[in-house]
Design a protein around this ligand. Structure first.
Ligand SMILES: Nc1nc2c(ncn2[C@@H]2O[C@H](COP(=O)(O)OP(=O)(O)OP(=O)(O)O)[C@@H](O)[C@H]2O)c(=O)[nH]1
Ligand SMILES: [Mg+2]
Length: 1034
């Protein structure tokens, strides 16, 4: 029986760029379903799913929320998601709950950056997508396109979206920003319709019925099948044949009554594709009533008659022609029926979906250990199978995934239980009286039947059923207090819920922080983690206005951390409460929630704490020359430990940017590789899918290849300037360097490399070098075995003497001090204690025996470094030398950059550019949107300049421009923070330097130093004399 029920369920989310009409569409689906939650008249105006005050006020959705709808005998769980970048984490939580996705695209605005992001999310979560082209009415009434022009535009959007999907399929996908930038290159020739025949591989094909054309505002929409059915009898063709012919270059020959290609229709005739002639033209005719008041309403009556619609005379007589058109259109092509039929027809039920999604939700794990318990293994496998089959029988193991926790005021909970009994909601389990918020889990049941009152295991992402006792801390037992069906804001209590459903669960507030897997057995793998498009980057420090409220603030922060799936709450090194949010709108909502719901005290919020990095000057051009630096040049910094026994020499060079990028992006993977055993596939690698979405069989190999490719591409791009032989030489040199990676920093995985030094000849005195080993190269598979590359045999020969052997031992022990020194230096650079970025260090260290090079008897009496004092000295010297080396090599500050997409009407271009200029933005591209007066501008804006950007833009352009920011990359600031005029010309321009104001780079550095309490060199009074003379004159 369960099977039958399950086949009638559809779980779908609505995903799109901000403002493309998701919530408006959801309104119509709610109004069109059984239950009368929303009157059709209110649909599209009310925005039912935006039930938070803040959402209604700002008119944007801020969270994903679900509603259980009934359509015919189907249950449809619909999840509306936000489109604003700041809430993109909610898209991930919505996608995990769903099996299908309605991808909306505004027909006027077309594909935007968030469209890329949501398509990617749908692809990663293996959802079945359907395309909804919304706001068709704007093509008619705003852009005033002809039906043929509109057709070309729609075709282009479908083509573009298919292009993005095929990039995922073929694994050629870069990042959202990169693909937006690349998008402008490969534009097609849309004039030539013959080439636009969509091939079989396309994901979205109107002929297949997975593309809908709608106007959510007026409540109408259609797929091709609606028109195919209608014309089938009129044209005497089968509906199936018509459906195929209604899209693409197919024409109807009225004489022969045949569907033909372009050639068949004859060159001279004014034939239009069938989609234009049979679909768009009738729509345009209806809308003409609004546009031209002189067109009488006969058109409407004709439509009413031919489709037998029931439109009241009052609606038709309404003075506002819009009302009449809306009434006719929504009866003729009811939006909810179109979308519901598409969802039911094209999207899989949970049984079909879960068998497809299982590889993403619960990737098959390799079981390496032999000592695992076979019973456990068998059950784990059984659980997986039952999830794969979406087994909803009562005997099946219960498994559910909680994708987020959300807070609901206690008074909002239903007062009656599922049997109508009165329930007492007023105590939150565990933390009674702590707050009047109740935490609910947003969960999807993947197997079995959940019931209220049931006890269940809560597994965190790190749980491993095969490890038994050692992973106890990752599993807890909890009781499910109550289960609710979600109805937007409303909650409907139920006693049980079966696999394939989406529910809210009360009773897990104390057990789950953000997400978790629920299972009735311990022998179950936790679901793989969700993928988030960005991480929270906007950080502020928060303190209560009255210090006495500190306790309330800390409790409030704790609650907020639970209630918001994306916020991050930490305590900084200086003891401040730091809140990290995804962007300004998100931050503002968090602060409001803190003030009004969770902490209820007045707060002080610091200016944003922006992160920077530090590097040295040098772009691609002198990279090859740079290599020489590491190969025995005398350009080094030397430091000696206070006891004089160790001499450290440090050289630094800049890594090729492509290599830095690979290291930056692969930090998770690197972390896994460095911790794990070499060559073994690490389980945490499952999460590594930032750049290659499709699972890679051997991520280590893939990473190794990316690193080599990055280096080679730099040499190749520069080899135009140098001859072939030299290019080859550099290549082999780089390959050698890659075999000498000792450590990465900071925190072992950063984008800075410590190379193993290549000691050439023995030192004249009797000190010996600290050699290091190519530990990371080994892990990455650049070298086979530890040390074989570097350690040469004469080292062994030297060790024949006992005393020297002891010294060698000491040198070997000190290797870790060198690495620690490197880690410390790279985590806090010399400019403002921010981490270093993209640098390669070569640290040579020599230690001398205690008491210098005297005779052997004395050597043997040396004391071991019992308390680690010497080790500490070596570490500090390495750190200082690394920092000094960076200072010496023209240090530069590195800023995080946002990629910014702006849409502006032509008349506001001037003010928009003014705002961009004030924000140090760099324009990448500006383009007029075809057929409209809107400009799309792409730019990079430094994160530090982005606060208040959207507001300023809105003010200066009277709200006509909108901007969307996505974190893009790190970029070195070209200015020299320590600039003083040196050359003749510079002196001419800037004087002797005393009057040079600090440049931007210096200002940024000083601001960070001041914030961190580091000394800042400041001139308090500039040109005192000048000021005095001025004063006298007054
Ligand atoms: N002309 C026209 N306007 C529409 C249509 N659909 C939606 N809108 C308008 O577009 C605006 C945004 O609609 P929403 O439904 O809030 O958009 P959304 O996608 O939910 O936005 P977020 O949730 O904030 O990402 C509203 O002003 C709607 O009235 C349509 O078909 N035609
Ligand atoms: Mg919305």
């Amino acid at each position: 029986m369960g099977d039958f029920d399950c086949r009638k369920i559809r779980n779908t989310c609505i995903l799109a760029h901000v403002d493309h009409g998701k919530t408006t569409l959801a309104d119509h689906l709610i109004a069109g379903s059984a239950g009368g939650l929303l009157h059709p008249k209110q649909a599209g105006r009310l925005r039912f799913m935006d039930y938070l005050d803040e959402e209604q006020r700002r008119a944007i959705t801020m969270k994903s929320s679900s509603i259980a709808l009934q359509y015919k005998d189907y249950s449809i769980n619909l999840i509306d998601s936000p489109g604003h970048m700041d809430f993109c984490s909610e898209v991930s939580t919505a996608a995990r709950m769903s099996d299908g996705a309605l991808i909306l695209v505004d027909a006027v605005e077309g594909v935007h950056i968030q469209t890329h992001a949501v398509l990617r999310q749908a692809w990663i979560e293996k959802l079945t997508p359907c395309l909804v082209l919304n706001k068709i009415d704007r093509l008619i009434s705003e852009l005033k396109l002809s039906p043929l022009e509109a057709y070309t535009r729609l075709q282009r959007i479908v083509h573009e979206v298919n292009g993005i999907m095929s990039a995922y399929k073929s694994e050629k996908y870069l990042s959202d920003v990169d693909s937006v930038l690349a998008g402008s290159v490969g534009e097609m020739d849309y004039e030539n319709h013959e080439f636009l025949d969509d091939d079989e591989e396309d994901t979205f094909q109107p002929q297949k019925g997975n593309v809908a054309f709608v106007c959510a505002l007026d409540g109408w929409g259609f797929c091709l099948s609606e028109f195919a059915d209608f014309y089938a009898s009129k044209l005497g063709a089968s509906a199936a044949a018509l459906q195929k012919a209604l899209w693409g270059p197919r024409y109807f020959n009225p004489k022969t009554k045949m569907i033909v290609g372009k050639k068949g229709i004859g060159g001279g005739s004014k034939a239009r594709p069938m989609f234009v002639q049979f679909v768009l033209e009738p729509l345009w005719q209806v809308y003409q009533v609004i546009l031209n008041s002189d067109v009488d309403k006969m058109v409407l009556e004709k439509v009413i008659k031919s489709f037998n619609l029931s439109v009241s005379a009052r609606e038709l007589q309404n003075k506002d022609p819009k009302v009449a058109v809306q009434a006719v259109m929504s009866r003729w092509l009811p939006l909810s029926d179109t979308i519901f039929s598409m969802v039911i027809k094209c999207m899989p039920d949970p049984i079909g979906a879960q068998s497809n999604r299982i590889s993403r939700l619960l990737p098959k794990r390799e079981v390496l250990d032999n000592g695992v318990n076979c019973d456990v293994l068998a059950e784990v496998e059984l659980v997986r199978e039952s999830i794969e089959a979406c087994d909803s029988s009562p005997e099946a193991p219960c498994v559910a995934f909680v994708s987020k926790m959300f807070a609901v005021p206690l008074k909002m909970l239903p007062k009656r239980g599922s049997h109508g009994e009165v329930v007492n909601n007023l105590t939150e389990e565990g933390g009674a009286g702590e707050s009047d918020e109740c935490f609910l889990a947003f969960a999807r049941i993947f197997s079995g039947v959940l019931s209220a009152g049931q006890r269940i295991y809560v597994l965190s992402a790190l749980y491993d059923p095969l490890k038994g006792e050692s992973v106890q801390k990752h599993v807890q037992e909890a009781e499910l207090h109550s289960l609710y069906l979600m109805m937007g804001q409303g909650l409907k209590p139920v006693t049980t819920a079966k696999a394939g459903n989406v529910v809210a669960i009360r009773g897990l507030g104390q057990h789950i922080l953000k997400s978790a897997t629920l299972s009735s057995t311990r022998n179950c793998w936790p679901f793989s983690s969700m993928m988030f498009q960005v991480s929270p980057t906007l950080r502020v420090a928060i303190e209560p206005s009255d210090p006495a409220d500190m306790g309330a603030l800390m409790r409030g922060m704790k609650l907020l951390n639970r209630a918001d799936p994306f916020v991050e709450v930490t305590v900084s090194a200086r003891g401040e409460q730091v809140l990290a949010a995804a962007g300004e709108v998100h931050l503002e909502r968090c602060i409001k929630d803190l003030k009004e719901r969770f902490a209820r005290v007045s707060l002080e919020v610091s200016p944003p704490l922006v992160s920077y990095k530090e590097t040295i000057e040098g772009e691609g051009s002198n990279l090859l020359e740079n290599l020489k630096v590491l190969m025995g040049s005398s350009d080094y910094i030397e430091k000696t430990t206070p006891n004089g026994r160790c001499v450290v020499r440090v050289q630094v060079m800049k890594l090729p940017p492509a290599l830095t990028k690979v290291l930056d992006e692969s930090s998770d993977l690197l972390g896994g590789i460095i911790e794990g055993k070499p060559g073994q596939r690490n389980k945490s690698l499952e999460t590594w899918r930032k750049n290659s979405i499709v699972e890679d069989d051997n991520p280590i190999e893939a990473l190794k290849k990316r690193i080599v490719d990055a280096v080679m591409s730099v040499i190749e791009s520069e080899s135009k300037e140098i001859d072939k032989d030299r290019a080859e030489k550099y290549k082999s040199l780089w390959l050698q360097f890659l075999q000498r990676i000792w450590a990465l920093g900071p925190r072992q995985v950063g984008s800075n490399i410590l190379f193993v030094p290549n000691y050439k000849e023995g030192n004249a005195d009797c000190s010996i070098p600290i050699r290091g080993c190519s530990h990371i190269s080994e892990r990455l598979g650049f070298v086979d075995n530890s040390g074989t590359m570097i350690r040469d045999d004469d080292a062994a020969a030297e060790t024949s003497l006992g005393a020297i052997r002891a010294l060698c031992m000491e040198a070997e022990n000190l290797e870790s001090s060198v690495v620690s020194g490197f880690q410390l230096a790279t985590s806090a650079g010399p400019l403002c204690d921010e981490p270093m970025w993209g640098l390669a260090f070569l640290v040579e260290a020599y230690i001398a025996p205690l008491g210098g090079c005297s005779d052997e008897s004395e050597l043997s009496t040396q004391q071991p470094d019992q308390y680690g004092i010497f080790a500490g000295q070596v570490m500090t010297s390495v750190k200082d030398a690394c920092r000094a080396a960076v200072l010496q090599k023209k240090p530069r500050i590195v800023e995080a950059m946002y990629f910014c997409e702006l849409v502006t009407p032509t008349e506001y271009l001037g003010p928009m550019y003014a705002v961009l200029a004030r924000r140090r933005a760099r324009i990448l591209k500006e383009e007029m949107q075809e057929g409209s007066s809107l400009f799309t501008v792409h730019a990079y804006v430094p994160v530090a300049e982005s606060f208040g950007f959207a507001d300023e833009l809105r003010r200066w352009t009277s709200g006509a421009s909108s901007a969307l920011l996505v974190l893009s990359h790190w970029e070195a600031h070209s200015e020299d923070p320590f600039f003083v005029p040196k050359t003749e010309e510079e002196r001419e321009e800037f004087g002797d330097g005393s009057s040079v104001l600090p440049n931007t780079a210096r200002k940024l550095i000083d601001a960070v130093r001041r914030r961190k309490g580091l000394p800042v060199e400041e001139k308090v009074v500039q040109h005192a004399t000048k000021q005095r003379t001025l004063a006298r004159k007054v």
